[in-house]
Every structure is written in structure tokens, then in C-alpha cells.
Design a protein around this ligand. Structure first.
Ligand code: NAP
Length: 285
């Protein structure tokens, strides 16, 4: 129930219509019995500065998530940014600090959570990231945190990939990142133990897998296929990988755990993970 005392959290982006964050966070607040509510705020790119100032003027807005297209553009509007957000070059969660906003990035923690529970020796696991957009940056930062000895990233355009390499190695630190275009994918698949789809290939609007069954079968035994997409669930990529005998992780886990990390950043209280997962699964059904 909304009261005069209710603290407001939310998500800013454009579009926000299909965001599952309101369902997930409001379920968490109900479970915890706290006086918070989470709302979607549709904010066009041109209105970002005004919107962030406006939210700052509403004293009971405690924080918000940030999604496309504002994750990078919001950086200069914040009073402080955590090391991880600076390293990734993108912010997805913000809360009040003194006179301004403190921004962080919980996508990296969200990406890592299902991998960390596998207790593998990541120092022996080279990784391949398909894509070079915002999510791919969080995945590269995550693979670096895991300790993967080599990270490969794949994109469509040579120039873009070179820029991605230079951005990532500047923002993070010098590490083993190699960038390629799709023509080289078969050779790379043979040497990686983790392959992450961070492209929109596989979403309901373009449901084809980014890799064919023949390509997936090039992966060494024991490799993990991870798709950041959560609709459809499972994606064709994960169906094929499972059929070929590989371990699979779908995007719902990242969505869930980035949400848990955001909630803990705002409330400084452990997130009710099971209730949040249940709310997401129910909404997707
Ligand atoms: P983005 O910034 O738009 O980046 C998309 C990337 O995919 C770019 O590198 C783009 O390459 C590539 N791409 C797009 N269409 C392609 C195609 N037809 N063939 C090959 N490559 C293509 O998007 P994003 O924010 O990184 O999101 C990527 C995916 O991750 C989306 O499906 C999103 O839903 C998902 N995601 C999930 C979570 C989660 O919590 N589970 C969080 C964030 C994102 P170019 O640069 O060449 O265009």
C-alpha cells in the first residue's frame, strides 16, 4: 500500500514497458514488510538531465535503476560512482548520497552469481563473449573478476571491436582481451570453456541462435553456454547447447541477481532471492 511515508524506488529508461523490475522489487518489499514502492519512469534521452534533477528534488525518491538508453549518459550527472561502475563505464543503479546521487553497476554481480555457485577453476577457463554492447562490457568485467585467463569478444565490425578493446583495457586494466569478427568464431569455440551470448540474437523478435548446433559442438566437453536473454526461456541457443550436452545458464539468473544486488545497495538488507525469483517466473509465465 502507498502511504505518505512510502519511499520510492524505480527504473528510468525508454522504453520501460516490458521491464520486470517493478514486479521483482515490489514482491521483495512485500516479503520484507518494508514501506517502499518501485515504479517505472519512462524518460526520453533528451530529458535525462532534467529528470535526474527532478528525481533529486523529490525527497522520498531514495534511488532508481537505470536502463537503455541512459546507462552511460547518466555518469556525468552523478556526484559519485563506484569503482565497478567506472570500470564498466555504465551505471544501472543509483541512490542518494549527501546532496547528489551515487551510481553503481550491479550487472557484473548479477552476471557472476550463477557462475560463482559452480565452484569451478576459472583460471583454467578462457571465455568468449558474443557482442560488444553494454551487457558485453559487464560480462567482460565479470570474466576478469572470475579470473578467466583469456577473454575473447566477438562483433560484426572491425573498427567497433578495436574501439571496444581500447575502452575495456583502459577502463579495467591491462588484461588478456582479444577481439574478433564473426568469421573467426569456429577457431575460438574450440578453446573456450564459457561462451556468453550478449547480443539480442535469440530474443522473441529474432529467435535464431547466434551459433549453430555444429558450431556449439566445437566447444570442449564441460563448457558452459550462458545466454543473457530471458524471453524466450530457454532460447534456441541454450536448447541446442543442452542438446549437445553442455551446462546452460539463462538470463533470468542475471536479471534476478542484479536486482538482488540493487536491492541490497538501497536497503542494506539481504534480498529475499526466492521470492524475487518466483515473482519473475510468474510474470514471465
Ligand atoms: P546493446 O548495447 O544494444 O548491444 C548489443 C550487441 O549485440 C552489440 O554488440 C551488437 O553489435 C550486437 N548485435 C545486435 N544485433 C546483432 C545481430 N543481428 N548479429 C550479431 N550481433 C548483433 O545491448 P545490450 O544492452 O548489451 O544487451 C544485449 C542483450 O543482453 C539483450 O538481449 C539484452 O536483453 C540482454 N541483457 C540481459 C540482461 C539480464 O539481466 N539478463 C541485462 C542486460 C542485457 P553491433 O555493435 O555490431 O551492432
Amino acid at each position: 500500500m502507498l502511504r505518505g511515508t512510502t519511499q520510492i524506488l524505480g527504473i528510468i529508461g525508454d522504453p520501460v514497458t516490458y521491464s520486470l523490475s517493478p514486479v521483482m522489487h515490489n514482491a521483495a518489499f512485500a516479503e520484507l514488510g518494508v514501506d517502499y514502492a518501485y515504479l517505472p519512469f519512462r524518460i526520453a534521452e533528451v530529458d535525462l538531465v532534467q529528470a535526474v534533477q527532478g528525481l533529486g528534488a523529490i525527497a522520498n525518491v531514495w534511488g532508481f535503476n537505470v536502463t537503455i538508453p541512459h546507462k552511460e549518459a547518466i555518469l556525468p550527472l552523478l556526484a559519485k560512482v563506484t569503482d565497478i561502475a567506472r570500470a564498466v563505464g555504465a551505471v544501472n543503479t543509483v541512490k542518494r548520497c549527501g546532496e547528489g546521487w551515487l551510481g553503481t553497476n550491479t550487472d557484473v554481480a548479477g552476471f557472476l552469481a550463477p557462475l560463482q555457485s559452480l565452484h569451478r577453476d576459472w583460471s583454467q577457463t578462457p571465455a568468449l563473449v558474443l557482442g560488444s554492447g553494454g551487457a558485453a562490457k559487464a560480462v567482460v568485467a565479470g570474466c576478469l573478476q572470475l579470473g578467466c585467463p583469456m577473454i575473447h569478444a566477438l562483433g560484426r565490425d572491425h573498427k567497433k571491436m578495436r574501439r571496444f578493446h581500447s575502452q575495456m583495457t583502459t577502463q579495467l586494466r591491462d588484461f588478456n582481451l582479444r577481439v574478433h569478427t564473426w568469421q573467426s568464431v569456429d577457431n575460438i569455440l574450440e578453446v573456450v570453456g564459457l561462451v556468453v551470448n550478449a547480443t539480442p540474437l535469440g530474443m522473441a523478435s529474432q529467435p535464431e541462435s547466434p551459433l549453430s548446433l555444429e558450431q556449439i559442438k566445437l566447444l570442449p566437453q564441460g563448457a558452459i553456454a550462458y545466454d543473457l536473454i530471458y524471453t524466450p526461456r530457454p532460447t534456441q541457443f541454450l536448447q541446442l547447447a543442452k542438446q549437445a550436452g553442455y551446462e546452460v545458464i539463462d538470463g533470468l539468473e542475471m536479471l534476478l541477481y542484479q536486482g538482488c544486488a540493487a536491492l541490497e545497495f538501497w536497503l542494506e538488507h539481504p534480498a529475499p532471492t526466492d521470492r524475487m525469483r518466483h515473482a519473475l517466473i510468474e510474470a514471465l509465465a
